[in-house]
Ligand binder design. Structure first.
Ligand code: ATP
Ligand code: MG
Length: 139
């Protein structure tokens, strides 16, 4: 059965552009409850660890540089079928391919600066949440 929790980050572009409030409102409007939230900034080491799966990809350095370019908002979200439903809410990785009304369609400018992160599995949601919040070490 699918889990009830997922992890998100509002990325540096969206925070810098003043879209944090609108994005949080959008997420809540889609039926997610915010059960943890933190305004913070990633170190290069932490960003590299977060995206370790992409370490060998050509865009890895740009991805890490972008993720440390400014503050982010990390959050844990609760809803039935959270991971998959939240991926639908954020839209495709490349905003030019994101469906109308999705967060990336509304607030992202490019595949690099794409406004928001959403976990891609229950397992990764747990790993990512525990990265930022002690309370989620064993969810
Ligand atoms: P995220 O993990 O950030 O939620 P995602 O799951 O939609 O995004 P991933 O495949 O996990 O996409 O890629 C992680 C991030 O790496 C993307 O958000 C994007 O910024 C960057 N990225 C992915 N593919 C490319 C690419 N082909 N060119 C440039 N950047 C890319
Ligand atoms: Mg991903």
């Amino acid at each position: 059965m699918s889990g009830k929790l997922t992890f998100t980050m509002i990325k540096p572009d969206a925070v810098a552009n003043g879209n944090t409030g609108k994005i949080i409102d959008h997420i809540i409007g889609k039926g997610f409850k915010m059960v943890a939230m933190k305004y913070t900034r990633l170190s290069a080491e932490k960003a590299g660890e977060f995206y370790a799966v992409h370490r060998e990809r050509p865009f890895f350095k740009d991805l890490v540089d972008f993720m440390i370019s400014g503050p982010i908002v990390a959050a844990v979200l609760e809803k039935d079928n959270a991971v998959s439903d939240f991926r639908d809410v954020i839209g495709a990785t490349d905003p030019s391919k994101a469906e109308a009304g999705t967060i990336r369609n509304l607030y992202a400018k490019s595949i690099d600066a794409n406004a928001i992160h959403g976990s891609d599995s229950d397992e990764n949601a747990a790993i990512e949440a525990s990265f930022f919040f002690n309370a989620f070490e064993r969810f």
